[in-house]
Write a protein that binds this ligand. Sequence first.
Ligand SMILES: [Zn+2]
Length: 491
Amino acid sequence: MEHSLTIYNTLTRKKELFVPLHAPHVGMYVCGPTVYGDAHLGHARPAITFDILFRYLKHLGYQVRYVRNITDVGHLEHDADEGEDKIAKKARLEQLEPMEVVQYYTIRYHQAMTALNVLPPSIEPHASGHIIEQIELVKEILANGYAYESEGSVYFDVEKYNKAYHYGKLSGRNLDDVLNTSRTLDGQEEKHNPADFALWKRAQPEHIMRWPSPWGEGFPGWHCECTAMGKKYLGAHFDIHGGGMDLIFPHHECEIAQSVASQGDDMVHYWMHNNMITINGQKMGKSYNNFINLDEFFHGTHPLLTQAYSPMTIRFFILQAHYRSTVDFGNEALQAAEKGLARLTDAAAALHRIAPASASTVDVASLRAKCYEAMNDDLNTPIVIAHLFDASRIINNVLAGNDTLSAADLKELKEIFDLFCFDLLGLQTEITSNAGREESFGKVVDMLLEERMRAKANKDWATSDKIRNELTALGFEIKDTKEGTEWKLNK
Ligand SMILES: [Zn+2]
């Protein structure tokens, strides 16, 4: 597996050559959604970012086990250690079983991901299905002396851990920073130190989601699931852990602390984080009234949207920025993305209409290498897209009769579009509207008639008759005129 893929490791703060621990296998874990509401852009970006990595690693020849979890218990409001469980709250408000909420939003999440052409992960474990593994993790941390029990809950002893190891090595924070920003909330007197975080929480009498444990009935702390499930499915040491930048602290910092405190060392080799999304320059949030979920984008039903944007427009727009840069969503930018995507897919479709010439007047030889170079540079998708736009310009010039392409170059361009545009970036030609469907249908008939013209020119009467007869049998009326062939569909 010769390749020069480099990825930016948040832990070392530099780009590193990707060398898996156990080639040809690659283990990759990405934090999935907390399923208590519809998926929004904040879910789309990590899903698409790590979908690109998943596709590229497989293309390079690796056998990738991609684990992306479903958080269905333990994630409390404001990502805190006190307050209501997000899923339990939704269930209470809507008078549903928590697992009804989980099922409903998990299905909706999968539908949105399918629309965005995000490949399903290899394993999608639920936190609630791995309570035993999480209890084992807590026991190990307790046994090693880095946690304490308090009033039926178990907390991680951050101060003690920080004396032996480095709490804050991923986020760059030190314990004093953490203490200064830790809020004092109800129930915090159970903690020895405000920086400590919950590994296991005692369930209040009204709490529905609860499991027996050595410390009484309760539920796991939010950070435990990823450590426990990552280890279960990818082993004590695995290659890549990803997620949004907002998860670096506290979630991923706490995951590192949990793995070091339980097994003595770090589980993860490369930590990767995608940057955040803003809307019209503003942070996305319920209080800004700019919280647009994916369905609202797909149907144009949010007041901030002037039209609907297809899933592929959203995917393309996200890929037009490098995953470590911020992305600002606005109508104008999305409309530009919509046009850009159409330019690419139109050019790819036009490739099939170009007749090869004896020689090329343009150079396409370096294009493939340039696209690989961009992918290898920490998945630089905007550069790949820029190269594909260069290729589109070549195609349009050939169509306009200004340039020519040899059969070999034509084949090369088709392969480049198939590989980079469709397979690796995961873009798709969209036929969403009726007009779009009719146009595509018309193009197919045109293509067949062009084939027939070519057959006639080559005196291949058998093929030209076959095309004509079969189209006639399907109800098409074909008329040869001086200007060319006309057709209509008789109903
Ligand atoms: Zn996680």
